[in-house]
Design a protein around this ligand. Sequence first.
Ligand code: 5GP
Length: 179
Amino acid sequence: MPTPSDDPVGEILVSEVALAARVRELAAEVSADYADRELVLIGVLKGAIFFLADLMRALTVPCEVDFMAISSYGSATKSSGVVRILKDLDMPLEGRDVLIVEDIVDSGLTLQYLLRNLAARNPASLEVCALLIKPGARQVRSSPRYVGFELPDRFVVGYGLDHAERYRNLPFVAALRQP
Ligand code: 5GP
């Protein structure tokens, strides 16, 4: 039986209550900014699914959703810097107002790649809403327009974020204890 000190899930950095409140605030901000427009939300699988589902339900503007899957961390906890499309979008973006919904921005490499790739599809506008952002992300120019929380430079799990595919179902964001 694992004891509490064996539990790899450590300190809670963002509680369930804080997540719910901030997601509502972000949705209100996005809804105001896109009033009288129609939005295409792009979810980045798999980490963004919980955030996207909660954000989308709180939006008051008409919106559609599509998903992309890209390779990032695998089961390790360090960015490889290698980005590969595993699943592309089903819908064209030409002339659409597009909002990329990201779980977490660490080095920002993934986001930089995504922005370049999606901008080439000629959307009317292209912005990013990231739930979590780490300090390293400030070094890249492609900073998200909407950010939920700034985190310290620690590996986190929960609310969609995994470690080796586990812990996505935690209702909060917590630091992973590194061995
Ligand atoms: P970046 O390219 O910005 O360095 O990394 C972005 C991607 O790495 C995220 O979409 C996410 O999949 C993964 N990632 C970065 N930091 C963390 C973290 O603390 N926890 C988890 N589970 N994934 C992370």
